[in-house]
Design a protein around this ligand. Structure first.
Ligand code: ADP
Ligand code: MG
Length: 240
């Protein structure tokens, strides 16, 4: 599995007359855990979806692992994405939910088995492989959704508010698990949230967004201690 950097250059995206991202630049280092933090509607999902190739850009470039993927298909970008709603196939077992994408892509069966075993072990899903989504708790379902991304062996993992449907206790547990996964895989992770605690505990660096603009890009410590403006200070809850 290669660890890819992500380079976003002068990105512009709009929907009809609405400008969502205007000339946005962002460089994410290989193996970095970068959090996009900001209030609802500030353009976090739009940016993540653009990196994933799920929406078209107006202008600008997206490079992943040194390759210009601005117009590449999602499957050709070397990314895997975890969404907020688990989006599991309700009739398939956990095993099938996790392996389906690899089967479609023509991955050999023994390789699928190997990756599945590894991901299930990392996410403590081994005992649950024969269950169906309705037999799982919310936290377990979200672990399956993460597992389904992990088996892709992508260079870059994209997370869009993966924990926001869970209660506080589970969120805290899964934060630890995601952090551990990052340490173990060393993959690049771009993680969208509006939750300050999540951002401060997970990130190597945080990009604080407001109105489609990155207001500050820095380590959690610096964001918290030295916010560049009032918006960042109030949003991350820095001491006055
Ligand atoms: P966030 O993820 O930070 O909550 P989004 O990226 O989803 O924000 O949305 C940013 C802005 O773009 C919002 O004003 C939203 O209403 C608008 N938007 C997002 N997707 C679409 C779309 N497909 N069509 C029209 N407007 C959209
Ligand atoms: Mg969003």
């Amino acid at each position: 599995m290669q660890r890819a950097n992500v380079d976003i250059r002068s990105l512009r995206i709009g929907f009809g007359g609405l400008k969502v991202l205007d000339n946005l630049n962002l460089h994410v280092e290989a193996s970095e855990f970068l959090v996009l933090l900001g209030p609802s509607g500030c353009g976090k999902s739009t940016l993540l979806n653009a990196i994933a190739g799920l929406i078209d850009v107006k202008s600008g470039e997206i490079h992943i692992g040194g390759r210009d993927v601005t117009w590449a298909e999602p499957k050709d970008r070397g990314i895997a994405m975890v969404f907020q709603s688990y989006a599991l196939y309700p009739r398939m077992t956990v095993r099938k939910n996790m392996s389906f994408g690899l089967q479609v892509a023509g991955t050999p069966q023994d390789e699928i088995g190997r990756r599945l075993g590894e991901a299930a072990q990392m996410l403590r899903l081994t005992e649950l492989l024969d269950r169906r989504p309705f037999e799982l708790s919310g936290g377990q379902r979200q672990r399956v959704a993460i597992g389904r991304a992990l088996v892709r062996h992508a260079g870059v993992y994209l997370f869009d508010e993966p924990l926001s449907n869970l209660d506080a206790q589970l969120r805290a547990e899964l934060r630890v698990e995601i952090k551990r996964l990052h340490a173990r895989l060393g993959a690049t992770m771009i993680y969208v949230t509006h939750d300050q605690i999540e951002a401060l505990t997970l990130a190597d660096r945080i990009a604080v967004m407001q109105g489609g603009v990155i207001q500050q890009l820095d380590t959690p410590k610096m964001i918290y201690r030295a916010p560049v403006n009032r918006f960042v200070a109030s949003f991350v809850g820095s001491p006055a």
